[in-house]
Each structure stands twice: as structure tokens, then as C-alpha cells.
Design a protein around this ligand. Structure first.
Ligand code: MG
Length: 396
């Protein structure tokens, strides 16, 4: 058995200013130590700098301690030097990223999340802030527990604590996501497009009644789609342009798409709504893929029918698979985002399925859930920080 190597942990804390890191390592350089690990963080102007180094060469540990303390004292910093052996303990297997979105993030919910992680046998190895806008997003790096078990335990706690929690497995997979496919109605946009058409046709109440019947399980998606579109028969084609103008993007939608495109992602939409709207969104937002149902138009009027195959729950999952094939991206490297029951197959088929302000049924089935009304929070689930988004906006 080899004797573990002696190491020194040097920790500095105090008011941050330029040159501190250089100053510490200049001081250590005189003792010819080898640097094994460094961690530095600045929180509200206070620096915490930790260096794990080998023992001094040609001098005693006591001499090194005295020099560090005198350097730190002159700069009014606190210094602590802890003797020990070896490197950091290797992280246990079973590694996950836990993203917590708070609006606001309270101490109470943070305590709740941390104790659930510990309760599943997990260890919190690292915590850092991803964003302070439009929500406070914090990421916990956890080891020692299975991702699925952690996700289940935290999903229950999150609802109770009033925060969103997304748990994804660590590893290269997380950095390999390359295609994001979104639902449109109540996901990419705030509206339900059929309701916008219905308002122009003067049949809002009737359309609502069909929607309610479908929610009660009396009609399936395809039946309810046909029944609702039939109510639009005779509507002037010019209404399509009006509806395009009425559509309101979800806050954060442009930021999400712009950032994903910069990162080289392909981005698409699949909708149980209509190509007359989704094709326009594709052009406006520079999307790579769009698919939806097509309203039949004849003699300048909606006929009340749709043409071509119906995009329903199974159809959405098929389209995701097709887009992935076209993009040359394995399904495991796709992200799907949606709010409705007809998004469930797509969310399950994707490598990461995100329920966006969804009904409990959808939330429970998805890999991750976001319940704040900002679409750009999806970026945080992918580990992208607000700083990175804003820096890209400045240079782009
Ligand atoms: Mg929807």
C-alpha cells in the first residue's frame, strides 16, 4: 500500500479586488508547490478562493503558513490552511443536475430541496446560480443517487415548495442535445389559435363547448378538431392574416430560439393547430421545422375541413422522430416542450421532455416541468446561464 500524499488546502476569503488570485499563487510559487485543484467564486464582491496544493519544497509547512498569513493579513483577507492527504474524494456514481427555478427562490424551498436530495442518499457536490432573471435559477450537482429516484422524490417536493425542479442525468448526453421541438398553442404562443379563429367566426362559445367535451373524454382529439374546424366554415380567408397578427408569443420565446440557434441547435414546432399560422411563425422566427394541420380554403373561404393527415398525439411524436432523422440527430439528443395531453407521446419520445405550464397529468409524465410563464427558462434546464445568453446578445 502506498502512503497517501500529503496535501494542503489553502482557503482565502474576503473583499475581492484585481490581482488576488495572481498574488496568492505568486506567494505559493516561492515554495514550488504543485497545484492539484482550484475553486474560486465571487459572491456580492466577496471572494472565496480554495487551492489544493502539494507540500512546499525546500521549506517547512510552517514557513509556508506564515508567509500566506502575512500576505493575507496585509490585504485584510482571511486565510485558512488545512493539512491533509490526497486529492478530493471521487464523486460517487449516480450523477444528476438538479435545476431549481424559484419566483422567488425562498430559503424554505431551498432547505426543502436540499433535504430531499440528502433523503434519497444523494450528496450535493456543487451549487451555482444559472440566472437571476426572469426567475432565480440555481443548479445543484448531485452524486450518489439514481436520477429517476431523485426526479420522483423532488417532483413531489417541488409542488409542495412552490418551485420548479428539473432533474437530468449528468454526462456528455446533456451537452449533446441538438434539436428542440415545441408545441405551439399555449407553449410557443400564449393563445389557442382555434379560439382566435372562432372569435372571428362568432362561434367562440360553440368551440369552447367542443373543447370541454374533449376534455371530458367524450371526443378524441381528431373528432374534436374536425368538429371545431367545421364551425369555421364560410369564414373569409383574410381572417388568416388577422389571426397571424393576433398571435402573442410566450415571453422568452424569441430569446430561447435565438440562443438555441446560436448554439447550433435546430428548432422546430409541431402543432395540432394550423399550418396557416405555424408556417408564418417558422418564417418569422427562423425555425428549421414546422408541421401542423392545414385548413382547407376554397374560393377565398374556409371550408370547415382540414386537408392531409391529422397531427394528433401520435402524429406529434412521429413528427419529432421525422425531424430528428432529417436533422441527423438521435432521438436521445432531442428536447420536446409542450403543455397538453396530446404532447405526451412527443415528450416521452424525446431525450428530454419538458412540460411547460402543463396540466398535472402532463407534468407528472414529463422528465422536467416548468411552471413559470417564461419559455427561455428551458435554457437553464440545458445548463445554459443567463450570463451566457446576455453575452451572446451583446456580441451578436
Ligand atoms: Mg398546447
Amino acid at each position: 500500500m502506498t502512503t497517501p500524499t500529503r496535501t494542503l488546502l489553502v482557503k482565502i476569503f474576503g473583499r475581492d479586488r484585481p490581482g488576488l488570485t495572481a498574488g496568492l499563487f505568486d506567494t505559493l510559487a516561492a515554495y514550488r508547490v504543485e497545484v492539484i485543484d482550484i475553486e474560486q467564486i465571487v459572491t456580492r464582491g466577496r471572494i472565496t478562493l480554495c487551492a489544493l496544493v502539494t507540500p512546499p519544497v525546500g521549506a517547512t509547512e510552517g514557513e509556508l503558513r506564515a508567509t500566506i498569513h502575512s500576505w493575507a493579513g496585509a490585504l485584510r483577507l482571511e486565510a485558512e490552511i488545512i493539512s491533509g492527504t490526497g486529492d478530493n474524494e471521487p464523486r460517487a456514481p449516480g450523477r444528476s443536475h438538479v435545476t431549481v427555478l424559484g419566483h422567488p427562490l425562498t430559503a424554505d424551498s431551498t432547505a426543502g430541496i436540499a433535504s430531499v436530495i440528502t433523503g434519497t442518499g444523494g450528496n450535493i457536490d456543487r451549487i451555482f446560480r444559472l440566472a437571476k432573471y426572469p426567475v432565480t435559477a440555481v443548479e445543484f450537482e448531485v452524486s450518489g443517487t439514481a436520477t429517476d429516484a431523485l426526479r420522483t422524490a423532488l417532483a413531489t417536493a417541488a409542488a409542495r415548495l412552490g418551485v420548479d425542479v428539473a432533474v437530468v442525468a449528468s454526462g456528455l448526453q446533456r451537452r449533446a442535445q441538438r434539436l428542440v421541438v415545441m408545441d405551439v398553442d399555449s407553449t410557443l404562443i400564449q393563445d389557442e389559435v382555434i379560439e382566435l379563429f372562432a372569435a372571428h367566426a362568432g362561434c367562440a362559445a360553440e368551440v369552447e363547448e367542443v373543447t370541454a367535451a374533449a376534455m371530458r373524454g367524450e371526443l378524441d382529439f381528431e373528432q374534436s378538431l374536425h368538429a371545431r374546424v367545421a364551425l369555421l366554415a364560410g369564414l373569409e380567408e383574410s381572417v388568416v392574416d388577422k389571426v397571424r397578427e393576433e398571435v402573442r408569443l410566450t415571453p422568452g420565446a424569441r430569446t430561447l430560439i435565438r440562443t438555441l440557434k446560436r448554439l447550433g441547435y435546430q428548432v422546430g414546432v409541431v402543432s395540432g393547430g394550423f399550418t396557416q399560422i405555424t408556417d408564418d411563425l417558422k418564417d418569422r422566427l427562423g425555425l428549421d421545422f414546422a408541421a401542423a394541420n392545414t385548413l382547407e380554403i376554397a374560393d377565398g373561404k374556409l371550408t370547415g375541413r382540414i386537408t392531409g393527415p391529422v397531427v394528433d398525439r401520435a402524429g406529434k411524436a412521429r413528427l419529432l422522430t421525422g425531424f430528428a432523422a432529417e436533422a441527423g440527430v438521435p432521438l436521445a439528443q432531442t428536447v420536446a416542450v409542450g403543455d397538453g395531453a396530446n404532447d405526451l407521446d412527443m415528450l416521452n419520445a424525446a431525450g428530454l421532455g419538458v412540460a411547460f405550464n402543463a396540466k398535472p397529468l402532463v407534468r407528472e409524465a414529463a422528465h422536467a416541468a416548468v411552471n413559470v410563464p417564461f419559455l427561455d427558462t428551458v435554457l437553464y434546464l440545458l445548463g445554459i446561464t443567463r450570463d451566457e445568453v446576455e453575452a451572446a446578445d451583446t456580441t451578436g
